[in-house]
Design a protein around this ligand. Structure first.
Ligand SMILES: *[C@@H]1O[C@H](CO)[C@@H](O)[C@H](O)[C@H]1NC(C)=O
Length: 180
């Protein structure tokens, strides 16, 4: 029979070897490539989560889809900020974000609900390289009009006071623009 102290010593050595093996072999493996990959995915996830949270928070009390800020689907680091919701009026082309004669307003139309129309208009505006837009619902045509403005200069921001062109056919009108 093997003497008891020897078994204890063997177990002890095995334990030490395991602990040493774990502490000396693992860190270089785990710590070298990980931090970079971890940080990147994490930041993206946080941004995505923040946006989801914002959507939930605002959509519920107001019950008005489309009011949350919106990012173009091709670039979630870009944000068009909501600044206007109204009805019966559309935005005047003579607004501060229509600020370059070389880049006149661009327009297109969509179907769909508010949320889809706002998203589609953000995508359209971003594709044009335009930083502001109004998107409004025309009852007679059951259709959304998306009108984008260049907003070429940082401080040329529009506001609700420029939604001053009466149009009783328009039952819902939104204004969005970037802050940069
Ligand atoms: C704003 O838009 C209109 C088109 O409705 C255009 O005629 C006008 O020149 C634009 N303003 C500027 C400053 O570019």
């Amino acid at each position: 029979m093997i003497p008891q102290p020897f078994v204890v010593k063997l177990l002890y050595l095995t334990l030490i070897a395991t602990v040493l093996g774990a502490t000396t072999v693992q860190p270089p493996k785990a710590s070298e490539p990980k931090p970079f990959a971890y940080k990147q995915t994490n930041r993206k996830q946080i941004l995505r989560r923040m946006k989801m949270k914002g959507r939930d928070r605002r959509a519920q009390p107001s019950n008005l889809p489309g009011v949350p800020d919106v990012s173009p689907s091709t670039d979630d680091t870009v944000t068009y900020y909501y600044f206007h919701l109204g009805s019966g009026y559309i935005e005047n082309d003579n607004n501060p974000s229509n600020d370059s004669e070389f880049a006149p307003p661009q327009e297109t139309t969509f179907g769909g609900d508010q949320g889809e129309a706002v998203q589609a208009c953000a995508d359209f505006s971003w594709d044009q390289g335009y930083f502001a837009f109004q998107v409004y619902y025309r009852k007679s045509r059951d259709q959304w009009t998306c009108r984008s403005y260049i907003e070429a200069y940082t401080d040329d921001r529009s506001d609700s006071s420029y939604f001053n062109v009466p149009d009783p056919d328009v039952t819902l009108a939104y204004g969005y623009q970037q802050k940069y």
